[in-house]
Design a protein around this ligand. Structure first.
Ligand SMILES: Nc1ncnc2c1ncn2[C@@H]1O[C@H](COP(=O)(O)OP(=O)(O)OP(=O)(O)O)[C@@H](O)[C@H]1O
Length: 509
């Protein structure tokens, strides 16, 4: 990036001295988000855990790797300092979820971790709390007086909205401490981002593109880095992001994996990605599986409806009649389709907004804000909103178009049924278009004890019998890949998804 930068500067100077006019580049991004509210009521705003929160304790947990530390049973055993404890209780957390019970002591013991737990089960706090605790013990404090900031922690996530949410969580747990988190992502004025960094930065949260840009500008030094966290790790290491992640760990000054702690979190981990992830982790990393790796959240009721491509819109209206003003996310496959369906719903007098990669950052944040507040109870979204977003009271998910990858389906429906609450996901299945997902869909449904329609079973059977579609022979992990516990994935391979997702390539940062 720095080379490109200096080239651009060189050409600018050249054009000035020779009175040349350069063709206009893309417009400069000037958007600066509104300053955050500093009131405690806003920082600690949260929704209540649901009736199924205690059922988390019944989920089977498997920790593999040598000498895993003992799980904690309550936050008091995590030996958090006073300010962290206060922030945990102000956040409404009374007892840890399984991924926190196991993840917190693993991270506190200095181990590398690949953790898999169902959507909405508290993975963010599982890494933030032990990291912040260690920073508190070591007494780090952000310095405003340095031209180069040297964060102790870097957290990466695939989308702007998700990394911003992780930043808000970090800010909440670090409230009242000397630790300063900062967030960087595309679509926002770079000048503003750099000014925020220069105010002091211990925990740098970023999407890969902007993060590498800021590092390339020489504003971030990596020599003090101790924790590297990949949230939605399987996404961060698939074909789209793997080069950026390799570039990040190969950046000048980045401590080698032996000298940093690397932590990976997701609800899904295809086996090939697990194998690749091992390149980034120390040899003795621990693999934590809460429930079935890649399994759907058991608190989401899943319904599959057979449709034709021409009946989908009417069926969507039917579904939305039953949801009333309850918050509903409608997932579609392309940005054009998102605009089209959102316009259609508005014409039908359904208060709808939309989020996708072609919308400006200001519009994306406005859309999410309108959905969060309930001003627009329906959000039409592409895969940009599939992972990680934690929005209060989302009761329904509609998969208007099925994704071409079962993991994506698991993440999409996980926008509801969070933190022990229940939710419902309706999935439109068009046999003309979706048969290659039939078999993995049946697996996910039965794994979550959901009813599998007879016609879907038949579709799965014939799809399996006739296509055998498995480009690249990729596999779907059922456990830690070091144990060899995997089964062949049918027509839903990661590779296939990555290759065929051209329509929405730039949905990710
Ligand atoms: N121990 C806890 N007690 C109460 N609420 C909790 C607890 N842990 C997390 N939460 C809340 O549960 C919600 C879901 O947590 P989080 O977003 O970390 O889930 P996740 O596992 O990362 O989900 P996803 O896979 O979708 O990214 C958040 O609102 C979070 O504040």
């Amino acid at each position: 990036f720095s080379k490109v930068d200096s080239l651009v500067k060189y050409f600018r100077r050249l054009s000035r001295s020779h009175n040349l006019t350069l063709p206009p580049g893309p417009p400069k991004v000037t958007y600066v988000p509104e300053a955050l509210c500093e009131k405690e009521s806003s920082i600690f705003a949260h929704y209540e855990s649901g009736i199924n929160f205690d059922k988390y304790d019944d989920i089977l947990v498997d920790v593999s790797g040598s000498n895993p530390p003992k799980a904690i049973m309550g936050f008091e055993e995590a030996a958090l300092c006073e300010s962290l404890n206060r922030n945990v209780s102000k956040s409404g957390y009374k007892k840890p979820t399984p991924v926190q019970k196991h993840g917190i002591p693993i991270i506190a013991a200095g181990r590398d971790l690949m953790a898999c737990a169902q959507t909405g089960s508290g993975k963010t706090a599982a890494f933030l709390l032990p990291i912040l605790q260690q920073l508190m013990v070591d007494g780090v404090a952000a310095s405003q007086f340095s031209e180069i900031q040297e964060p102790e922690v870097i957290i990466v996530a695939p989308t702007r909205e998700l990394i911003n949410q992780i930043y808000m969580e970090a800010r909440k747990f670090a409230h009242g401490t000397c630790v300063r988190p900062v967030v960087v992502y595309g679509g926002i004025s770079t000048g503003h981002t750099i000014r925020e960094i220069l105010k002091g930065c211990n925990v740098l949260c970023g999407t890969p593109g902007r993060l590498m840009d800021i590092i390339g500008r020489g504003k971030i030094g990596l020599s003090k880095l101790r924790y590297l966290v990949l949230d939605e790790a399987d996404r961060m290491l698939d074909m789209g992001f793997e080069p950026a992640m390799r570039k990040l760990v190969g950046s000048p000054g980045m401590p080698a994996k032996e000298h940093r702690q690397t932590l990976m979190f997701s609800a899904t981990y295809p086996e090939d990605i697990q194998k690749l992830a091992a390149d980034f982790l120390k040899k003795d990393y621990l693999f934590l599986a809460v429930g079935v790796v890649g399994g759907a959240c058991s608190d989401v009721e899943q319904v599959v409806v057979q449709v034709t491509k021409f009946s989908k819109r009417d069926q969507l209206l039917e579904v939305l009649k039953t949801t009333g003003s309850e918050r509903t996310m409608v997932f579609v496959e392309t940005k054009r389709q998102a605009d089209f369906i959102a316009t259609f719903l508005c014409q039908e007098k359904v208060n709808t907004t939309s989020i996708h990669g072609d919308r400006e950052q200001r519009e994306r944040e406005q859309a999410l804000g309108d959905f969060r507040s309930g001003r627009c109870p329906v959000l039409v979204a592409t895969s940009v909103a599939a992972r990680g977003l934690d929005i209060k009271d989302v009761q329904h998910i509609v998969n208007f178009d099925l994704p071409n990858n079962i993991d994506e389906y698991v993440h999409r429906i996980g926008r509801t049924g969070r933190c022990g609450n229940t939710g419902r996901a309706v999935c439109f299945f068009d046999p003309e278009a979706d048969c290659n997902l039939a078999r993995s869909l049946v697996k996910v449904l039965s794994g979550a004890q959901q009813e599998v329609p007879k016609w879907l079973e038949e579709a799965a059977f014939s799809a399996h019998g006739t296509t055998g579609f498995n480009p690249g022979g990729r596999t779907f992990a059922s456990t830690d890949s070091r144990k060899g516990g995997s089964f062949q994935r049918d027509g839903a391979s990661h590779l296939a998804a990555a290759l065929s997702s051209g329509a929405d390539d730039d949905e990710w940062e």
